[in-house]
Design a protein around this ligand. Structure first.
Ligand SMILES: C[S@@+](CC[C@H](N)C(=O)[O-])C[C@H]1O[C@@H](n2cnc3c(N)ncnc32)[C@H](O)[C@@H]1O
Length: 255
């Protein structure tokens, strides 16, 4: 999978969902103005931007291991402390923040226990550590449609609905308790996103973003065309604009 792509390409693929999800996730986490917050795995900055809008740039920090995403987030959240770093080694001192948030990242961390422990370390005692991940198996229509189509053509296609870790509230709850967070609460956050037409959905898959983009990039042109047709059929052959829904599993706990 790859996140070494330009921020605007990510935004057309997944960022369009991240933007809708960010305010709901902030509300779920209980972040408010006046709090110093870090966005872990910030990508091109959909959540970072929203946090700056809420808390002001001087109280917002963000980290991501992808260079193009850090560049995009820096541009999108001027004045925020955006750094090139992975969750497993956050470059901030202990107890630096009032909250640590991570949107759609825990399932991509090399070592989620270490990453969430780091989030806990940089948050003051009794403050919040929160994350959300897509409900890949159930309601993430864009990826569900893609992998259902892919598996009809190739039974070995690596469906994120079964390969992804931390895609249920139960798994997130377990992870949060395992790293020593308390007052753990979970919930579901639903969003929807509009497409101008089928090509607006298909083209971003060809940018090579994430597991679906990486899978598509390995197919030859005939296989790609078959998958495109299969996805089109699976979505009911849309002839104009349409919307898709997505639900994230969310968890919050106290450091
Ligand atoms: C699906 S994107 C989510 C980006 C952003 N939070 C959003 O809501 O759009 C996953 C992100 O996790 C980042 N990532 C991958 N491994 C990571 C790690 N070990 N620590 C922190 N971020 C990581 C990727 O670079 C990418 O930006």
């Amino acid at each position: 999978m790859s996140f070494a792509v330009a921020g605007d390409k990510y935004d057309r693929f997944m960022g369009r969902y991240s933007r809708e999800l960010a305010p709901r996730f902030i509300e779920f986490a209980g972040v408010d103005s006046g709090m110093a917050v870090v966005d872990v795995g910030c990508g091109p900055g959909a959540l970072t931007e929203r946090l700056v809008w809420l808390a002001g740039a001087k109280d917002v920090a963000a980290a991501d291991p992808s260079e193009p995403f850090v560049a995009a987030a820096t541009e999108r959240a001027p004045g925020a402390d955006v750094r090139l770093a992975a969750a497993e080694e956050l470059p901030w001192e202990d107890d630096r923040f009032d909250a640590a948030l991570s949107q759609l990242v825990v399932n991509f961390m090399r070592d989620a226990d270490a990453g969430v422990s780091e989030m806990r370390r940089v948050v003051q005692p009794a403050n919040v550590v929160a994350a959300c991940t897509w409900s890949y198996a159930d309601d993430m229509q864009m990826l569900r449609g893609f992998w259902d189509a892919a598996r009809r053509l190739d039974s070995g296609a690596p469906d994120e609905g079964s390969t992804m870790r931390y895609r249920s509230v139960e798994e997130l709850d377990e992870l949060w308790r395992r790293v020593g967070l308390t007052d753990v609460e979970t919930g579901h956050l639903s969003v929807e996103t509009g497409y101008t037409g089928f090509d607006d959905l298909w083209e971003p898959f060809t940018y090579g973003v994430g597991p679906a983009g990486a899978y598509l990039a390995k197919l030859d042109s005939e296989q790609r065309e078959q998958l495109r047709t299969e996805l089109f059929k699976g979505l009911g052959e849309p002839s104009g604009p349409f919307t898709l829904t997505a639900t994230a599993c969310a968890v919050r706990g106290t450091a």
